[in-house]
Design a protein around this ligand. Structure first.
Ligand SMILES: Cc1cc2nc3c(=O)[nH]c(=O)nc-3n(C[C@H](O)[C@H](O)[C@H](O)COP(=O)(O)OP(=O)(O)OC[C@H]3O[C@@H](n4cnc5c(N)ncnc54)[C@H](O)[C@@H]3O)c2cc1C
Length: 468
């Protein structure tokens, strides 16, 4: 089991990994498997970062298990283990309900093509061209085209089609029509491959299985261990300071936010002028609000779909989706089938949100606004599940302040940084020897799949450095 503090850790390791989000966990696992001595430090009492859950009165609420692409299966088999891969199952009923259309889909290329042709009357050749274009997008492509321009090229003036294509991705990674089209294309194609998937048994089961794998590979894990500083001397990493102790390490992989890593943990003075310049355009992504609803023991709810993208806003509008009073939200429904052996129903409403809108409130306003948000979610959900209010015995809300508190991320960002952050994250080790960053950056490296895949890439870099 993980140590509850840093006390039992040794004095020196090959690698210290700061933070146990899916990126940090994956890097730690890969590096330990490659034969390095790895220490994993997490400030929270449990591992997983945003891939987390909490328990209330018999309910288990998943925070970020709403759906991920099929690619998770291959990634988990290759970089974790087969048992983890085997627990990945499809969510088949994805519902859209808004003033422009109401439909249910499996959210894959075949079904979307069918819907675009029959419901939206888009010619088949246009649909094929669009899919061929987004499928062919890769990281090295021209980044000047925005998603708005991409949509206007293929579906000019079709705000309904734009909404179908964009709204789920805006929830999935905070991107909007003005972000580079490749960030859209890569993430959208991942989902279109085979649809939306989840982890049977919930986030707690996944993180438990990952913890077991880390221990089998010899990673020393310490929770409740807040790293205060990455110690750098002469442009080279020497170790970390944590709870008044210095732990020596040749390499540090930071899974803290990229801005937290550079500004708070390493200190900006450790970096070259050129690197500091590259940091200036980096913008953190938006944050989230959630309302958690627990259905009383013994009560049931009808199966109305797994994931409901609902809105009463007339058109897709990323700014409207960020508003504290947004009319757009995703409902994730967790039936007993997704948690075999646990006979309870829970519902989580997720909204995009701006940190500033919540951080600027007094404590009375903050409590009141949280209550109002819960109320708005209940009213909205009653349209799909009449009487749900009376069936719930637990209601709770999270805001950007909650996400900030638990992950320490700048402005409680849910999806790391916008595109510019990726280059900074990739270049950090070129500026300070032995310092690596892993975690949500550049939109494409966020989400469960993006974070795990990035964890592998960064582990390979760190491994090469340690061997050089
Ligand atoms: C509300 C919400 C819903 C989401 N839904 C989905 C979804 O359905 N599907 C999907 O694929 N993705 C989803 N995501 C995104 C996904 O959860 C994240 O992109 C991913 O989990 C981030 O992993 P990460 O490696 O970047 O690290 P994070 O999860 O951000 O973790 C970073 C870790 O570092 C730790 N840390 C930071 N500083 C220190 C320090 N100084 N010392 C010690 N520890 C430190 C933090 O405590 C944290 O544990 C969602 C996110 C949110 C917020």
């Amino acid at each position: 089991m993980p140590y509850n503090s840093i006390e039992k850790a040794a004095a020196a390791y090959d690698v210290v990994v700061i933070g146990s989000g899916l990126g940090g966990l994956t890097s730690a696992n890969r590096l330990a498997r490659a034969g390095h001595r790895v220490l994993l430090l997490e400030h929270h009492h449990r591992l997983g970062g945003l891939a987390t859950w909490f328990k209330r009165q018999g309910h288990i609420f998943d925070v970020s298990l709403h759906g991920f692409p099929y690619g998770m299966r291959k990634t988990c088999r290759k970089y974790w283990n087969r048992a983890i891969m085997d627990s990945i199952i499809q969510l088949k009923n994805i519902v859209f309900d808004n003033p422009q259309f109401h439909l249910t889909t499996t959210f894959d290329k075949n079904d979307f093509s069918e819907i675009l042709e029959t419901r939206f009357q888009v010619p088949r050749s246009r649909i094929l061209d669009f899919f061929n274009t987004v499928d062919g997008m890769n990281f090295y492509d021209d980044r000047s085209m925005t998603t708005r321009e991409l949509f206007e090229t293929f579906f000019p003036g079709r705000s309904d089609v734009h909404r179908l294509l964009m709204e789920p991705i805006t929830y999935a990674n905070g991107s909007n029509l003005d972000d580079p089209a490749i960030t859209y294309g890569i993430v959208f194609s991942n989902f279109m491959n085979k649809g939306v998937f989840t982890f049977s048994g919930g986030t707690d089961r996944l993180i438990g299985m990952m913890t077991e794998e880390l221990e089998n590979n010899g990673v020393t894990i310490c929770t409740r261990s807040l790293v205060k500083r990455i110690v750098i001397d002469n442009g080279k990493v020497r170790g970390v300071e944590v709870d008044g102790r210095f732990i020596a390490a040749k390499t540090v992989v930071s899974n803290a936010g990229i801005l937290n890593t550079v500004e708070d943990l390493a200190g900006i003075d450790a970096f070259s002028e050129e690197f500091r310049e590259s940091l200036k355009p980096v913008v953190v992504n938006n944050s989230s609000c959630q309302v958690y609803m627990g259905v009383k023991e013994g009560e049931t709810i009808e199966d109305i779909g797994d994931l409901l993208f609902t809105s009463s806003s007339p058109q897709f509008d990323a700014e409207e989706m960020l508003d504290r009073n947004t009319k757009s939200r995703t409902f994730s429904l967790y039936y007993p089938k997704t948690r075999p052996g646990h006979d309870r129903y829970t519902i989580v409403a997720s909204m995009n949100a701006r940190y500033e809108d919540w951080a600027s409130l007094s404590s009375e306003e903050y409590s009141r606004e949280k209550q109002l948000m819960i109320e708005r979610c209940l009213i909205h959900l009653e349209q799909y599940l009449p009487g749900i209010r009376d069936k719930c015995d637990w209601l709770e809300a999270a805001t950007p302040k909650t996400f900030q508190r638990y992950t320490l991320h700048t402005r409680g960002t849910s999806f790391g940084t916008k595109f510019e952050g990726l280059e900074v994250s990739r270049n950090i080790f070129k500026d300070v020897k032995g310092l690596f960053h892993v975690g949500s950056v550049g939109i494409i490296m966020s989400g469960w799949l993006g974070a795990i895949n990035y964890g592998v890439i960064v582990a390979n870099d760190a491994d090469a450095y340690l061997r050089s």
